[in-house]
Design a protein around this ligand. Structure first.
Ligand SMILES: Cc1cc2nc3c(=O)[nH]c(=O)nc-3n(C[C@H](O)[C@H](O)[C@H](O)COP(=O)(O)OP(=O)(O)OC[C@H]3O[C@@H](n4cnc5c(N)ncnc54)[C@H](O)[C@@H]3O)c2cc1C
Length: 323
């Protein structure tokens, strides 16, 4: 069974950068002859991330397909750093922008297929909700938690995304990755060095697909669990705001939100950034925040939490680029 992205895909803010195909030249990171995707210089990234702020990518490449991506990486001048971007749901793009090439896998990498009795193969650009609902329709349980995480499979695999007691490390069989030298390799889950919200995937490595294993289940029961997850999130998280999800990792034996709350930071503001009133481990952009406001607020929260409890909070949100 093959499914592609849902009809309401555009509702996921797929917002492609302005099109501006660049032909090969000395000042481009790659000779573009024969490459079908779009390479954009100085591409604004704010509209591609949940916080809706931050600078531009020096270059943004949106590959047309897998071969295109492989050719691009093989030819890329090694002086250009590479960073993959999913739906930017766990990302502060700093105001000075991102050096090198940002690679965004969109629709061409968003297919989800049932490839075994309890096995689901997902393109790295597929959103969690599509992965979970395809598994549900095939009677495969165990992927329900992906329903509530608003990123792509590539982001989940790198971040070991998780919720409600499950995480990617529990269900990943293996993933296909394009390494910085252009080689496509298959990495079994045990080689990813998974721990809480962390993998040891090297910088510049791009996940292009992942195979997940579930267990046989009843589609109706799986659907009910997905609905329960959706409702629980709606109640407890500021889902309809410009945010980056959980800001800090839960330290051993503590809940980050509780530490932030106990330090008196609920509703605390810096410029246009605010600690959410609804969930104190979420920072929100109230309208016109800069990334510097958001990161600065996060650092101030860390300082106040340390002062109050002696616990050093560790950022879960990835902060990238030039200040
Ligand atoms: C409202 C809200 C709720 C959230 N709830 C949860 C939750 O319950 N559990 C949870 O774990 N997270 C949660 N998050 C955070 C976020 O959704 C996850 O971290 C998710 O895995 C990020 O996916 P993404 O595609 O948006 O990645 P991005 O934010 O775009 O990137 C995150 C990291 O992954 C890397 N990356 C992205 N794609 C690839 C790829 N193809 N190959 C290699 N590296 C890649 C990026 O370079 C970056 O380092 C939440 C976020 C929001 C906004």
């Amino acid at each position: 069974m093959t499914m592609t992205q849902p009809d309401d895909w555009t509702g996921w803010d797929d917002g492609s950068a302005p099109s501006c195909a660049v032909e090969g030249g000395a000042d481009t990171p790659v000779p573009m002859t024969g490459i079908k995707g779009t390479l954009t210089q100085g591409a604004p990234l704010a509209k591609l991330v949940w916080f809706k702020c931050g600078g531009s990518a020096d270059w943004l490449f949106e590959p047309a397909d897998m071969d295109d991506l492989t050719h691009f990486i093989e030819r890329l001048d090694s002086r250009f750093p590479v960073m993959a971007l999913g739906l930017g749901s766990n990302m502060i793009i700093r105001d000075g922008g991102v050096p090198g090439v940002v690679i965004r896998l969109g629709k061409p990498f968003a297919a989800v297929e049932i490839t075994g009795e309890t096995e689901v193969t997902c393109g790295a650009g597929a959103p969690g909700i599509l992965s979970a609902s395809t598994a549900r329709d095939a009677g495969i349980a165990g992927l329900e938690f992906l329903r509530g995480i608003p990123g792509t499979v590539g982001g989940f695999v790198r971040m070991n995304g998780g919720a409600y007691g499950s995480e990617v490390a529990d269900i990943l069989i293996d993933c296909q990755v394009i390494m910085p030298d252009g080689n496509l390799i298959t990495l079994p889950a045990c080689d990813l060095g998974y721990s809480y919200r962390h993998s040891n995937l090297p910088d510049g490595a791009i996940v292009v697909s992942a195979r997940f294993k579930g267990v046989p289940g009843d589609p109706e029961a799986i659907g009910a669990e997905m609905d329960r997850i959706a409702e629980a999130r709606e109640e407890s998280q500021p889902l309809r705001t410009k945010t980056g999800g959980s800001t800090f990792k839960n330290p051993d034996g503590h809940k980050a939100w509780q530490l932030v709350d106990d330090a008196g930071c609920r509703g605390f503001q810096m410029g246009g950034a605010q600690v959410s009133e609804k969930h104190t481990n979420f920072l929100i952009n109230t309208g016109d925040a800069t990334s510097s406001d958001i990161e600065g607020l996060g650092e101030e929260v860390r300082r106040l939490v340390y002062e109050k409890s002696g616990v050093e909070l560790e950022w879960e949100i990835q902060r990238v680029g030039r200040p």
